[in-house]
Design a protein around this ligand. Structure first.
Ligand code: SDX
Length: 427
């Protein structure tokens, strides 16, 4: 392939370099396009736009490949831990045993929240959606940790990153406790990252909470599956917020807000609600028909993906984990059977095959989280908890990129051209 791309615009021909990464599609470097031609590119939804250079996560949507710093998601899900993946994303390499132990200790020692933040929760209604609480409290962290908001200081950036990763489980667990009217539990430093979260969520002061190792491993794997995913909407939000120099806590709050949408991280909550609405296999054809009906805004939640046009490798691991958790907890849930049959029927339907719509990470996650005991409203909060690792890693990469500048897209303007003001008594 030529290493330049030629573009013919009225009155001139311009040529731009083609840049090649370590793997994946090449990019045409059009940074000089507007200066040289007076025209913008037009790409709503950024379907054909690379917004940055990154070495964190690689996705091949046609082959169903997902790599974190080169390691396949299937191997990380089976053999690694969420804390090890967090270290890998932040530092670029898998840690040695001593490095991992030190990292675990560092994160563990940041799990407590400033005590004043506990009163912050009191301002919410008890029935506030946990994502509303997560947005608010994550943003409020910048009012407490002023010693880690100088983004030009790599040390402060890393302390803020550790604080965010460490405190997200505490914030999420407290959001759940507040919603059910139970007292907050402080972190217990003797437990693992995920075990600590389970205890803070489901434990009560009145009795000892024993972490179920199978549930702990399954949830840790679910966190790995949600850790990072290239330049998705919420990660792009974090990068755009960070490009203005906003502090990391504010940037992560922006990411949480974006993730909440049902087209993105909110799909796990919407998918389980949809499966409950379907209720039984006999009703599946009715919902598939609705999803195909152009006049019906209904979509199969947990299906389809901007990048994956083959199976989402995370959905494969998720479905396997459902079977493991159900076997261990000796539970079954008719909703899982509906999900399996819905997937089977949809993948035999031309509409979904032609549009390359497969289950994504959100399709099965709710089934497991529900079986573990989380209410549907907590599902996206768990997604945010896990994705904080990716967000802070992407944010750090952006801040330390010498080419980074404030993100400021342009537009195709189709509004009124200039006209003169008319006083109200003449309108
Ligand atoms: C996540 O980006 C990421 O990496 C995100 C994520 C991550 O880890 O960060 O992977 C997490 O957000 C997963 C996606 C969760 N969202 C859902 O499950 C919601 C349901 N799915 C969609 O709304 C949709 O598939 C998207 C948003 C995921 C992707 O949308 P695109 O790429 O913009 O595709 P599109 O909306 O243009 O749809 C293409 C066609 C359309 O039909 P036509 O206009 O071409 O006739 O496919 C149809 C759509 O109507 N379609 C669906 C569908 N998804 C797309 N039809 C029915 N059901 C669906 N779920």
């Amino acid at each position: 392939m030529s290493d330049t791309a030629k573009l013919q615009v009225p009155g001139k021909e311009v040529e731009y370099p083609i840049l090649t990464g370590s793997v994946g599609p090449d990019v045409i470097d059009i940074r000089k396009l507007y200066a040289q031609t007076g025209t913008f590119t037009y790409d709503p939804g950024f379907t054909s736009t690379a917004s940055c250079e990154s070495g964190l996560t690689y996705i091949d949507g046609d082959e169903g490949v997902l790599l974190h710093r080169g390691y396949p998601i299937g191997q990380l899900a089976e053999q690694s831990s969420f804390m090890e993946v967090a270290y890998l994303m932040l530092n670029g390499e898998l840690p040695g045993q001593d490095e991992l132990a030190k990292f675990n200790t560092t994160i563990t020692r940041h799990t407590m929240l400033h005590e004043q933040l506990a009163t912050f929760y009191r301002g919410f209604r008890r029935d506030a959606h946990p994502m509303a609480v997560m947005c608010g409290v994550a943003g409020a962290l910048s009012a407490f940790y002023h010693d880690s908001t100088d983004i030009t200081d790599p040390k402060q950036r890393m302390i803020a990153s550790h604080r965010l990763i460490a405190k997200m489980p505490t914030i999420a667990a407290m959001a759940y406790k507040y919603s059910v009217g139970q007292p907050f539990l402080y972190p217990d430093n003797r437990l693992s990252y995920t075990g600590n979260f389970l205890r803070m969520t489901f434990g009560v002061p009145a009795e000892e909470y024993v972490v179920n190792p199978v549930v702990e491993k399954a949830l840790d794997r679910i966190f790995i599956l949600h850790a990072d995913h290239e330049q998705n909407a919420s990660t792009s939000t974090v990068r755009l917020a960070g490009s203005s120099g906003a502090n990391p806590f504010a940037c992560i709050a922006a990411g949480i807000a974006c993730l909440w949408g049902p087209a993105h991280g909110g799909a796990n909550e919407a998918a389980l609600n949809m499966l409950h609405e379907i209720g039984r296999p006999e009703r599946i054809p009715e919902f598939i028909a609705r999803a195909k009906d152009k006049n019906d805004p209904f979509r199969l939640m947990g299906f389809g993906h901007r990048v994956y046009k083959n199976y989402d490798p995370r959905a494969t691991v998720m479905q396997k984990t459902v079977r493991e958790v159900f076997k261990e907890l000796n539970v079954s849930d008719p909703v899982f059977d509906v999900a399996l049959q819905l997937e089977e029927m949809a993948l035999k339907d031309d509409y979904f095959v032609e549009k390359k719509l497969f289950p994504n990470v959100d399709f099965y996650s709710g089934v497991i989280l529900s079986a573990i005991g989380f209410p549907t409203t907590m599902f996206t909060a768990l997604f945010a908890l896990a994705r904080t690792v990716g967000w802070v890693a992407q944010w750090n990469e952006m801040i330390s990129d010498p080419e980074q500048k404030i993100g400021r897209p342009r537009q195709l303007y189709t509004g009124p051209t200039q006209r003169d003001y008319v006083p109200v008594d003449k309108r």
